[in-house]
Design a binder for this molecule. Structure first.
Ligand code: SF4
Length: 86
């Protein structure tokens, strides 16, 4: 490519490629009732401490893990998890 030439038309936005951050996960640990459902739904993103309270392992998730986190949001009995557009 010549310096100064326009970017190719097929260039993709790197923020939306698979595996790159797409959405932010928010966890309100003070609401957590230690059910563990989020860990079952998305064990790459959530863990639990010794008291069973959820811990956020990844604050930003790519499209490859969005479905798992959406399930965690849906099944959390305390409504302690949110997905936020960045
Ligand atoms: S599903 Fe909700 S209440 Fe259960 S451990 Fe995860 S954050 Fe806590």
């Amino acid at each position: 490519m010549t310096v100064g030439s326009p970017a190719p038309a097929h260039t993709t936005n790197p923020m939306h490629e698979e595996g790159n951050p797409a959405m932010k996960v928010e966890l309100e640990a003070d609401k957590c009732v230690a059910s563990g459902q989020c860990v079952l739904a998305a064990m790459d993103v959530f863990d639990q401490d010794d008291d069973g309270i959820a811990i956020l392992l990844e604050e930003q998730v790519g499209e490859d893990r969005l479905d798992d986190v959406r399930e965690a949001v849906a099944v959390c009995p305390a409504a302690a998890i949110r997905l936020v557009d960045q």
